[in-house]
Design a binder for this molecule. Structure first.
Ligand SMILES: *Cc1c(COP(=O)(O)O)cnc(C)c1O
Length: 739
């Protein structure tokens, strides 16, 4: 970030720069309004990015805002709330713990979904991490997060005329993102060498302030590295296995070294998926350096480590050939006091000992607190990894579950939020995991809820049409393409949303199984449906791209009656429009592959009921009246056929009749009942607040007690480095004294 030009910000409004520098604004509509109200057009063109707004607005706008009493009153309120919320404070959830002696929790993840201006995510795993750290900020949990700065982001998706996905490179503009260089004591960007790994790799350190939580990001694209090393952090999940190993080395070992150099001690290590599991080694090495032997050091580390596994898909677990591990780690294992064989054994999967070093097996062995991300996924994970505990019956395999949740302030639509404010009381956001609050949803008059929802549906469809128009004007795409992008969508029609990564197990094309039956539904004269699709396939996933192509081609084929749309480049901003604006959210993965799923939770919170197969979170969420569920019918002949038929049946018999039953004032009464029930029954239960509290109660408290009993660790928790953000005299940087 670089907003030095705005040295013209009047003193009275200098806090705007401070606000823009902390992503806190992204989940605070009132803070966003401070930027938006300066110039709505620039706000829109900046794609809701305060840093850009500050850079682009002329000084006279600020001068007049500084004289506007209403603006100033609003400004003062937001700023005082901001200061209160990012201030380090006692966390009430750790009352049992001596907080004076407590260090932070270190959270490692390969991706973070925070805001569309920071494209450091591919999908659900990233949003889970982003929502997790935002919630920790809200709850004042002392947490520090570590990840990658991907200068090329994930990918920008463009669909060719023939429906094939193309990946457009879109380098991140670091100067207009809320991201800062971390400086060393000489005022240069902090560069850290990944310890003991040969040949050497260096990383530059960046920081994002996420409320009270600091997220440190590593970037290998710096001069001191050779070109191969420079590419390590270029983009998410390299397809090349060796480069992928190098990414994971940098994330785990480099990331630990960054914390060490910043002198940030941590009591707990939390691994969000196995990518960062090498961080466990650095933690052990730290103890060994203090003179503890490997056995004791690894026991300690184990008792203070959490490993969260996110996928039952076999290809989702990284396995590296032993020779490759040897190549990078041969100077590493002696530093732990291990020999080659005992080192390699740490990553052996008992069912397939010669396959290589399995990161999940390694992380499960070396962390005492392990979990899946839904009840069902817990079961599946215990089954999958039973061979690591051959003496235990499957149901006693020590892998627990904590069902994922979403950060409500991030995913509630602002207009819906205003409606909730009116009937749930103004402080409902402070109490989102209290189910009693949500009982008040019944106080909202049906027509008010319906009108708000309908307005959001119109907004979604307008956005889609505007995008199509842009492509028509700027790229001269053929008319059939433009129609397939959603020009014919009609807000009065029952609208189904399907948006997520195009991984094959998610079966985006399932509803096209029986074209005649689908066509009848799309083209019904009185009660039609329409479906909006969006999502990206991984750049190396050709089967995923083929499914996408198939859907795209259906969307532009008149045979689908103009009622199928495919919208390009699904990312956070469009995800918001989708989960707020469609009528029903469809989910039909191949069970039990969807470990949890979170997009349906985002929809449910906004009164968009879930229509889902029995898998992931919905097994816990469905209560008979808050949406629809259909069983997975494993059939010897054709499972897809059986599942597709269940979808048609439930649409024909339940969903469509429920939607198209309007009262005299045009409100679909029965539908609104389902909407209300959807919000009421899901919001608290699938909030990240409930989730983070569960991590505290099930894992963190026990680990902190363990850490304190052993009196390991050193100095006290530092005050959060957020206080050290540089102001305009040191643009682009945080001042930190590095010792
Ligand atoms: C929430 C979200 C996801 C995750 O969706 P799933 O239902 O878990 O597949 C993916 N991408 C974006 C942009 C999201 O907002």
């Amino acid at each position: 970030m670089d907003i030095e030009e705005n040295s013209y910000l009047p003193e009275r409004l200098s806090g705007l720069e401070e606000l823009a520098s902390n992503l806190w604004w992204s989940w605070q509509p009132k803070a966003r309004m401070l930027f938006k109200s300066l110039d709505r057009q620039i706000w829109k063109e900046s794609r809701h990015n305060p840093v850009k707004v500050l850079k682009e607005l002329p000084g006279k706008v600020f001068d007049s805002a500084a004289k506007d009493k209403d603006y100033l009153r609003h400004y003062d309120i937001v700023l005082s709330k901001f200061h209160k919320e990012i201030k380090a404070d006692k966390c009430l959830l750790f009352e049992e713990i001596n907080q004076a002696e407590m260090h932070s929790i270190a959270y490692f993840s390969a991706e973070y979904g925070l805001h569309h201006s920071l494209p450091f995510y591919a999908g659900g795993l990233g949003f889970l991490a982003g929502d997790f750290i935002k919630e920790c900020s809200d709850l004042k949990i002392p947490l520090v997060a570590v990840g990658f700065m991907y200068p090329e982001g994930y990918l920008k998706q463009q669909i060719r005329e023939d429906g094939w996905q193309e990946n457009i490179k879109q380098p991140l503009d670091r100067d207009t993102a809320s991201i800062f260089r971390v400086l060393d004591k000489n005022g240069n960007q902090l560069i850290v060498k990944v310890p003991l790994i040969e040949p050497p790799i260096h990383v530059a350190v960046w920081k994002i302030a996420v409320g009270g939580v600091s997220l440190y990001l590593m970037d290998t694209d710096i001069e001191i590295n050779d070109p191969w090393n420079r590419g390590i952090s270029a983009r998410l999940y390299s397809g090349d296995i060796e480069q992928r190993l190098r990414q994971e080395i940098v994330l785990g070992i480099g990331g630990s070294e960054v914390l060490e150099k910043l002198d940030i001690k941590h009591s707990i290590l939390h691994l969000n998926e196995g990518h960062a599991a090498f961080a466990l080694l650095e933690r052990i090495r730290g103890r060994v350096l203090e003179g503890v032997n490997y056995g004791e050091a690894s026991q300690y580390v184990k008792k203070t480590a959490v490993f969260t596994s996110h996928t039952p898909v076999v290809a989702g677990h990284d396995i590296f050939p032993f020779q490759m591990i040897e190549k990078y780690f041969n100077s590493y294992w002696p530093s732990l006091g291990l020999d080659r064989d005992s080192f390699l054994k740490l990553g052996v999967h008992p069912e397939n000992p010669n396959a290589g070093f399995n990161m999940t097996a390694f992380a499960l062995r070396m962390s005492e607190f392990r979990n899946g991300v839904s009840k069902k996924h817990g079961e599946v994970t215990r089954k999958m990894w039973h061979s690591l505990w051959p003496d235990l019956p499957e149901n006693e395999v020590p892998i627990d579950y904590i069902t994922n949740g979403i950060h409500i302030p991030t995913w509630i639509e602002p207009k819906m939020k205003l409606l909730f404010n009116k009937y749930l009381g103004h402080d409902w956001v402070d109490d989102v995991d209290n189910p009693l609050i949500w009982e008040l949803i019944d106080e909202i008059p049906d027509d008010e809820l319906w009108k708000t929802h309908f307005w959001l549906k119109v907004k979604l469809i307008n956005t889609i049409r505007e995008r199509a128009r842009q492509r028509w004007v700027n790229n001269r795409r053929s008319t059939s393409n433009i129609l397939g992008m959603g020009t014919l969508l009609d807000p009065s029609v029952l609208t189904i949303g399907f948006a997520r990564r195009f991984a094959t197990y998610k079966r985006a094309d399932l509803i096209f199984y029986d074209l005649e039956r689908l066509k009848k539904l799309l083209n019904d004269r009185w009660r039609p449906i329409q479906i909006i699709f969006a999502g990206k396939a991984h750049p190396a996933d050709d089967p995923g791209k083929r499914i996408l192509q198939k859907i795209y081609n259906f969307a532009r084929d008149p045979v689908m009656c103009g009622r199928i749309a495919f919208v390009e480049d699904y990312e956070e901003q469009f995800a918001q429009y989708m989960v707020h604006g469609v009528d029903v959210w469809l989910n039909n993965p191949l069970p039990p592959m969807e470990a949890c799923g979170t997009s349906g939770m985002k929809a449910a919170l906004n009164g968009v009921p879930h229509l889902s197969i029995m898998d992931g979170w919905w097994i816990e969420g469905y209560d008979g009246e808050n949406g629809w569920i259909f069983a997975h019918e494993e059939s010897e002949n054709d499972t897809d056929k059986a599942d597709a038929e269940s979808i048609y049946r439930i649409l024909e018999e339940k969903v469509i009749p429920c939607y198209y039953k309007f009262s005299d004032d045009g409100t679909p009464d029965d539908w609104v009942k389902v909407m209300k029930r959807s919000i009421k029954s899901n919001a608290a239960k699938f909030s990240s607040r409930r989730m983070v509290k569960e991590y505290i109660q099930k894992f963190y408290i026990k680990e902190l007690k363990e850490a304190q009993e052993r009196k390991l660790g050193g100095t006290l928790l530092k005050s959060p480095p957020t206080t050290a953000i540089a102001t305009s005299n040191t643009p682009n940087a945080i001042k930190l004294d590095i010792v």
